[in-house]
Design a protein around this ligand. Structure first.
Ligand code: ZN
Length: 266
């Protein structure tokens, strides 16, 4: 078993069978990385924060990543009846019937493609975000153009770097104004402008969501939490039981509440 720098042995990833590294790189580049929705949850946190920030900035964002409405029309249809969709739309951003579509992604600078790119993500920040953004533009920009609208990729690297397009969107929506300290109680010297405040929240969301993703991955592989589909239900397994009911420490250890601790519930 490989040993990490601290002298211990590294646990095995139960998604792909490879060993974890000491720095938490593996869960973000694992070929089974989205098991139990690990990446989806990380993505959705950033999407939520984008919605929150846009609302506070006076926009009216609509979440279109789920739901029945097809915003892109016939061009987005797939043969099986499903359709391509972005994550968030700022309806009427460019005028009546002309929208701005945003699609969120969390890119990983430690992935193969960004590390082998020129310049490499090993040398400069934002390379992985730009690569991912390019792919998103290729996929969504024609769909948006077909409905007289525009598309911008809202790509953030897991360590906080933004794609240029997201910097542009934030800058454009925020303008060059400072926040009003008389209106908001969270104005600080380091985030006094609307731009730094919005960018700060988005970057915080992605790094916290990434940390939560790591914690969940370690929970699956080391503490053997959750799942139930790994067949490891025998002696020594510390996962939730077969009925899917978390035990006491599994709720309390994550800051959860029991039914008798919640107001208004019996
Ligand atoms: Zn793996």
């Amino acid at each position: 078993m490989p040993r990490d720098e601290a002298g211990g042995s590294t646990p095995v990833c139960r998604g792909c069978g490879e060993h974890h590294d000491s720095y938490g790189f593996h869960p973000s580049s694992c070929r089974s990385g989205n098991r139990e929705g690990l990446w989806t949850q990380r993505h959705d946190v950033v999407e939520d924060m984008l919605m929150y920030v846009m609302r506070w900035l006076g926009q009216s964002p609509i979440r279109v990543s789920r739901g029945a409405r097809n915003w892109f029309g016939a061009a987005a249809m797939r043969p099986d009846g499903s359709f391509r969709r972005a994550d968030v739309v700022l309806r009427g951003y460019y005028g009546q019937g002309r929208h701005l579509f945003l699609d969120v992604a969390v890119a990983d600078p430690a992935g193969q493609a960004p590390m082998q790119a020129a310049p490499s993500s090993c040398a400069s920040s934002g390379v992985a975000a730009e690569l991912r953004a390019l792919r998103k533009v290729q996929r969504y920009a024609p769909l948006a153009a077909a409905v007289s609208s525009a598309f911008r990729p809202a790509v953030v690297e897991r360590f906080g770097a933004f794609s240029d397009a997201l910097v542009g969107v934030v800058r454009e929506v925020c303008g060059d104004r400072d926040r009003d300290a008389l209106l908001h109680d969270d104005v600080t010297f380091s985030q006094s402008s609307r731009t730094t405040w919005a960018a700060g929240l988005l970057a915080l969301a992605v790094v916290v969501a990434d940390a939560a993703m790591l914690d969940a991955a370690i929970g699956l592989d080391v503490r053997h939490e959750g799942g139930g589909d790994d067949g490891d239900g025998g002696a020594g397994a510390r996962g939730w039981d077969g009925a899917g009911t978390p035990r006491h420490w599994e709720i309390e250890g994550r800051g959860g509440h029991f039914w008798y601790e919640q107001a208004g519930r019996r």
